[in-house]
Design a protein around this ligand. Structure first.
Ligand SMILES: Cc1cc2nc3c(=O)[nH]c(=O)nc-3n(C[C@H](O)[C@H](O)[C@H](O)COP(=O)(O)OP(=O)(O)OC[C@H]3O[C@@H](n4cnc5c(N)ncnc54)[C@H](O)[C@@H]3O)c2cc1C
Length: 609
């Protein structure tokens, strides 16, 4: 053995999940090691160079409100900022930014390097070390390449698409975690040996072009917002020159060419068998699935300030090189464009997440946590949100504290983790606003009010940050009270904002002294008053869910002993092992009658009758 090291927590993989996991664990005081195969690809964006979007932007704000790095890093390195869906209600607003891919990686690495208590090391993990007694297993560390061991009480696995990754480019297949990076089979083998179920998903990416070979005179320019909005609640204002993106379209001849070459597409030749992200289809899938559509929109996204590389968002493909060259030459503005990197697809192992607890620890091996793409999700933001929670939960467990679980009424992160562990996945899971039943309260603009207090109590953010949120909350309270008590023609001014078309400007017209109120505060007052009715109605449902959540189901509860329970319910409840009645109720196919039988049994256990 050439090395042996001791830590409280080891995080495997410095992607979006691993970076947030390591930061959260270290911030809670755990001696943490982040082991990653290549320090230069920390927080690499495997696909498009962008952070946020509808529902994903909400995730980034939540991560930021809980002290995570993603929001700060994109504010520091973004090259274009836009809020999507601005014309819709605030619950649908989705902050999004184009990233400078290289600068973003460097910024996350800088934040990691500055984190006290965190050791960053280039290592490739090849095996998991586990102590077994009968059927119970506990993680004790990891073995890395070239014979060294890292011992730890908890291990967070966040290796993305690297577990038995297989790349496809035309009819060529070769192992890889991403193009140019080595795949890993040791961890898959270790998980299978321990008795975990593994499955495979597929994803793909677009070709990248040389920007100087694009004819921008023929295509539409898409500028950023005039007043760009930061992601992080810690960023006062963004002072950066924004770069434009560009819009072009596929054409009839492109569709004909793809149709004529479908037999050479791994997706259609039978070479790729696994399921890909339904809402991020390849261009070949779009042409087949939407055969009546004459064209598909493509966004040309610059990869950064110091490169000419341009990402073609919407053209994900694993067609052979010659077909990709021909497709590009048939697109307006790209007739003479050179491909710098070809698009490709990847199949990889993931662990169906119904094998995890709501705090992302595996049910089979104590102390082993999973976060990110390995749990069947897709997207940087989804990965980062899980990473933060895995780091937090692992470190809390080492302190002997109950695992902090975010509710579906508290955060999109809570919705996502509950969906994953309660319902599992049958396609790569990405976040949508439609997944959140309480989306009117889970807005991008109020993530700090929802989560920073909790993050402070858990030790994730400092007192100064919590005081800022408290100050803002107090200001909101004072203004709401003022608007409720100030009357105009006998009607409280608050009613103005209660109307669908009522605006803050009308309020300022009545009370000019409010002109100086910071925009962030004015916005919260407006939304609080506008949605007070809806939120109050939702409160009833939230309270009902909370009552169900308070009814805990003991760990290891034997559902087969519940009399008269249907076989399907018994199988699902035994497999998912819900931690309380609210989670049990959300398992698909579990009926109120099933729940009533479980309650009866729990009551009997409690009273001993
Ligand atoms: C080709 C491709 C196309 C994609 N397309 C899309 C898309 O269209 N839309 C979308 O939302 N998402 C897409 N994704 C997924 C997106 O990149 C991921 O969701 C996101 O990066 C997941 O973050 P993560 O932290 O879980 O893993 P990753 O970002 O993959 O990070 C994993 C990290 O683990 C490290 N690692 C792996 N194995 C080991 C080991 N054994 N030891 C040490 N370190 C290790 C790697 O070096 C890497 O740094 C795509 C990914 C790929 C590869």
């Amino acid at each position: 053995m050439s090395g042996s090291y001791d830590f409280d927590i080891v995080v495997i993989g410095g992607g979006h999940a691993g970076s947030e996991a390591a930061l959260a664990a270290a911030r809670l005081g755990a001696r943490t090691a982040l082991l990653t195969s290549n320090l230069d690809t920390i927080a690499q964006m495997s696909c498009n160079p962008a952070i946020g979007g509808v529902a994903k932007g909400q995730l980034v704000r939540e991560i930021d409100a809980m002290g995570g790095a993603m929001g700060r890093a994109i504010d520091a390195t973004g090259i274009q900022f836009r809020v999507l869906n601005r014309r819709k209600g605030p619950a649908m607003h989705g902050p999004r930014a184009q990233a400078d891919r290289h600068a973003y990686r460097q910024e996350i690495r800088r934040i990691l390097e500055e984190q006290p208590g965190l050791t960053l090391r280039q290592e490739t993990v090849e095996d998991l070390l586990v102590e077994s007694r009968g059927t119970s297993h506990r993680i004790t560390g990891v073995r890395v390449r070239a014979d060294a061991i890292y011992r730890a009480q908890a291990v967070i696995l966040s290796t993305g698409t690297f577990m038995r990754g297989l790349l496809h480019l035309g009819d060529a297949t070769f192992p890889g975690g991403r193009m140019g990076e080595e795949a890993n089979s040791g961890i898959s083998a270790a998980l299978a040996r321990l008795g975990f179920r593994l499955a495979r998903f597929k994803t793909g990416t677009s070709p990248r072009l040389h920007g100087r070979t694009i004819d921008y005179t023929q295509i539409e320019c898409q500028p950023g917002d005039d007043q760009p909005e930061p992601f992080s609640f810690l960023t006062d204002a963004l002072r950066c020159d924004q770069l434009p993106c560009w819009i072009t379209y596929t054409t009839g001849p492109v569709h004909e060419l793809i149709g004529a070459n479908l037999h050479r597409a791994p997706m259609y030749s039978g070479q790729i068998q696994s399921t890909g992200p339904r809402y991020c289809p390849s261009i070949e899938t779009k042409v087949v699935r939407f055969a009546d559509k004459p064209r598909h929109q493509l966004f040309l996204e610059p990869e950064g300030r110091t490169t000419n590389e341009v990402y073609v968002n919407g053209l994900s493909t694993s067609l052979p090189r010659d077909v990709q060259d021909a497709i590009v030459s048939l697109i307006p503005g790209l007739e003479r464009a050179q491909i710098l990197r070809y698009g490709y697809a990847i199949e990889y192992d993931y662990l169906p997440p119904d094998q995890l607890t709501p705090w992302l620890e595996t049910k089979l091996v104590a102390g082993l946590y999973l976060a990110g793409q390995v749990n069947g999700t897709t997207g940087y933001e989804e990965a980062a949100g899980q990473g933060l929670m895995a780091g937090l939960c692992a470190a809390s467990a080492l302190r002997g504290q109950d695992p902090p679980i975010l509710g579906r009424d508290q955060a999109y992160i809570g919705v996502m983790i509950d969906d994953l562990v309660t319902r599992g996945v049958d396609e790569p899971y990405r976040m949508f606003t439609s997944r959140a039943e309480y989306r009117l309260r889970l807005r991008a603009d109020n993530a700090d009010r929802r989560l920073t207090g909790l993050a402070y109590r858990l030790g994730l953010v400092d007192e100064k940050r919590w005081q800022q949120v408290q100050k803002k909350e107090a200001e909101i309270g004072v203004i709401v009270a003022l608007l409720q008590s100030t009357r105009q023609a006998g009607v409280p001014l608050a009613k103005i904002l209660g109307r669908p078309e009522g605006t803050w400007e009308e309020i300022v017209a009545q009370l000019p002294e409010l002109r100086e109120v910071p925009q962030a505060v004015a916005r919260q007052v407006t939304y609080d008053l506008k949605y007070a009715g809806y939120v109050a109605r939702q409160e009833i449902d939230v309270a009902r869910q909370q009552r169900l959540a308070e009814r805990r189901i003991p760990q290891g509860f034997d559902f087969s002993a519940v009399r008269h329970l249907r076989a399907e319910a018994r199988e699902k409840l035994s497999r998912i092992q819900p931690v309380n009645l609210a989670q049990a109720a959300r398992i698909s196919g579990i009926t109120p009658a099933d729940l009533a039988l479980v309650v009866l049994h729990l009551d009997k256990d409690r009273t001993g009758r």
